[in-house]
Design a protein around this ligand. Structure first.
Ligand code: SF4
Length: 357
């Protein structure tokens, strides 16, 4: 089977090229073409020499993803739907932050799986079920393809922040996610700082422990969404397997090892998890932990009409109550709500259209 060059690290390329009888320096050249210059076609790697190029063409390929659809929000957020080689679709969302020069950045929210097995009831991806894990090449290609798009548009800023908050549970594809992070962070690749990479999990406790052992300086985000087991289990089935006591113990252990502040994501649902009692429960749950609560007014998702979005006043009252209780909390700046911005919504729409033709 042909190997995917975008899935390979420097050592793997060195081994491949040694097998091909090539000098060692070629591995760095090849790595630079694939992960720094982000080429999509072998013939672009013009300094490798014909014999090596024809060897690579015989034994390898480069992951390609076709842009199937793109939506642009009024606020400039862009949502990409990419079609993979096997016909599956994945989404990623580009958020351009402007303003102060020092704060300008392009952040890409990427997927780690096709679909997701976790079945969170407020999530369009969760409602569609799990299809498969993404390869390392498919994960990094989301960044490379969007960089190409930025370049074509004359945007000089490449993707500088990566957030694993798209489709899928990254910790259930941990090996590939870690390898992809290694490539994105590599000094001869995109050099995306490790503190600019966020991994978000719904709370797979054993995998969280495994991630902690990697001692990576990345940002960990944990989807909390409800401060007690009964309510959390009702919207996040994973809570039945790993209830809050286990999850919080794993988070505390993670912090003892990695020392970084943990972000807790909290989708605020009107009349469900936005009451004073929830503030008290959150206070108890997070006591003594260095953490930040990101409050995200829930996005309307088809088939989940039971979740209503709180209005601005309710959101700000809830955040103020959390702050008064001594917690660090803020409202997540919302982007792309007019373009199916939440994960899985665009793929869900396209799947439905395909099914109805
Ligand atoms: S919210 Fe995340 S973990 Fe939950 S179903 Fe959606 S993609 Fe999966």
């Amino acid at each position: 089977m042909q190997q995917d060059l975008r899935s390979m690290n420097l050592e793997e390329m060195a081994a491949l090229l040694a097998e091909a009888g090539q000098p060692a320096f070629r591995a760095k050249q090849l790595f630079g073409w694939i992960h720094q210059k982000q080429v999509a076609h072998m013939e672009q790697m013009h300094n490798l020499g014909k014999p090596l190029l024809s060897y690579l063409e015989q034994h390898c390929h480069i992951t390609v993803m076709e842009l199937e659809r793109k939506q642009v929000s009024r606020d400039g957020t862009e949502k990409f739907l990419f079609r993979l080689a096997d016909g599956n679709d994945i989404e990623c969302v580009l958020m351009r932050y402007r303003g102060d020069l020092s704060k300008q950045r392009n952040t890409l929210c990427i997927s780690s799986q096709v679909g997701c097995a976790m079945g969170c009831t407020f999530c369009a991806t969760g409602q569609g079920g799990f299809v498969r894990n993404l390869t390392v090449g498919e994960i990094v290609s989301q960044v490379y393809e969007v960089n190409r798009h930025l370049q074509a548009e004359g945007d000089e800023l490449p993707v500088g922040n990566v957030v694993f908050m798209g489709m899928g549970e990254p910790l259930l594809n941990l090996d590939h996610v870690l390898q992809a992070i290694g490539l994105l962070n590599h000094p001869q690749g995109q050099q995306i700082g490790i503190r600019r990479i966020t991994v978000s999990t719904c709370g797979i406790v054993p995998k969280l422990q495994e991630l902690a052992q990697q001692k990576l300086d990345l940002v960990l985000a944990v989807s909390l969404h409800a401060p007690n087991n009964e309510q959390r289990s009702s919207v996040m089935p994973v809570n039945r397997q790993y209830p809050l006591e286990q999850l919080m113990a794993a988070c505390r252990k993670y912090q003892a090892i990695n020392r970084n502040r943990i972000s807790f994501e909290y989708a605020l649902i009107a009349g469900f998890n936005d009451q004073p009692v929830h503030v008290q429960q959150l206070k108890q749950l997070l006591q003594g932990m260095d953490c930040h609560l990101n409050i995200i007014p829930v996005n309307p998702v088809a088939n989940t009409a039971q979740f209503s979005r709180p209005d601005k006043k309710q959101v700000s009252a809830f955040v103020k109550a959390l702050q008064k209780a001594g917690l660090k909390a803020s409202v997540r700046e919302e982007k792309g709500t007019d373009i199916d911005g939440a994960c899985g919504q665009l793929r869900g729409k396209v799947l439905k259209q395909q099914q109805s033709v």
